[in-house]
Design a binder for this molecule. Sequence first.
Ligand code: NAP
Length: 482
Amino acid sequence: MHTAIIIGSGFSGIAMAIRMKSLGLEDFIILEKSNDVGGTWRDNTYPGAECDIPSALYSYSFEPYLKWEYKWSHQDQILEYIRHCATKYEIYPHIHFGQEMKCAHWDETKSSWMVTTGQGKQYETRSFISAIGQLHFPSVPEFKGEEQFEGAQFHSAEWDHEVQLSNKRVGVIGNAASAVQFIPEIAKTAAHVTIFQRSANWMLPKQDRLYKAWEKKLVRAFPFLLKIYRLRLWLLGGVVFFLMKKGNGLLRSIAEKISIRYINRVIKDTELRKKLIPNYPIGAKRILFSDNYYHALNRSNVRLVTNSIDRINSDSITDVRGELHELDVIIYATGFKTNPFLMGREIIGINGVSIHETWKDGPKNYLGMTVAGFPNFFMMYGPNTNLGHNSILIMSEAQAKYIADCIQKMKDQSWKSLVIKNSAFETYNQEIQERLQNSIWAQIEKSWYKSASGHIPNNWPGRTMEYLRRTKKVDFSAYQVS
Ligand code: NAP
């Protein structure tokens, strides 16, 4: 029996593994469905894919990297960083590639989890850690006539690099974080790009640039400077962006003005400008950062369509006004199925109860990591740990530390199981949901942060500072042990 099994080798899974090793907990394995590490940074290979959080902050605090070329790194550089960490911390020997976890059962008599993969392998473990992330399953909405389309169609997270887009008429459905990154790239060679926008999004200029040679030299000579820069970025997120998201009227109005000024500065067509101004308060959905999306909209081969899609035909999309948009390729930049969590995975806890049954009214959790009725089961980037104002890796590191501390304590005390008490679980959830109902995310009718019932299952209501404080030391009195 293993001490722990980690599912997934993206940023969270690798952070978890590194933390386990740092405590001398070597008896763990990682089950990875693919043949490489990297998670979302392995899967999302669309042109222009990059991170909208600066790399000095979107990297592990314990592994500063001197090889970043840009302030905001591209997908391949981030993937390289993850591979670098996996190599440096000797994580590869722990990874079982090509094994996709399908179900896990808690065995009360043995106090262990039996994990089964889609490839038919079974593994027994004392602790079981899901690090599969929130943005994992592409969401492709159903449109009338979709199956009739004769050209290629694919989702941005499953980019088909075999499909040549040069000189093609490309339709893009969606205009959020992923779309604004690849549209400027494909517009350079496509015959025409038609963007189907359902709602406008707030966007701020990214002001990305290559690091200058002297900056790189300076940081090499004085690596602590990178830490100071990271601290500055963290505080900027924790103060300015957080307060804006909390609803600070002054900051919100300043940010909205900057965004509108940006539109007016770049977009020449006054009608187009109007279409780009969102009808919801800034921060209620993810704020987008780009230096080239609005510029792409000025191109003669790019058109923004704001009429809804009525149907898809063999070689076109008809909008609700009856206009036909002829297309060779359709790209769905329509995001991910973020809820239910652990979709397509069967997790069976005490008394044979499934996690999906436990979560039928929303994915409850304790600190985003533990669930009542599921002993020795931990989640990383679980419910209510997503951020809109800072780097998610700060949360991942905090979770890795917390979970590793739980596992070590179990070992030291010879505890066989650890499960969050119902009282702590319910009190925590009530607090988080009450706070979220007063947050900016509640002030919008629909977004991927909000379920149809109004429950906000994804986001953390506070600053990262608060999460770090609450997870720093495990309060074992909140857990039942045996
Ligand atoms: P998303 O934010 O969920 O956006 C989906 C887009 O598709 C929206 O424009 C949405 O319109 C549109 N859409 C969805 N269903 C539709 C339908 N039935 N008809 C018409 N339009 C439809 O997806 P995403 O852009 O892939 O980003 C997902 C998340 O990934 C982000 O929030 C972010 O957390 C992460 N991400 C991060 C980065 C990064 O740089 N760090 C980059 C890419 C993605 P509405 O707005 O009207 O719903």
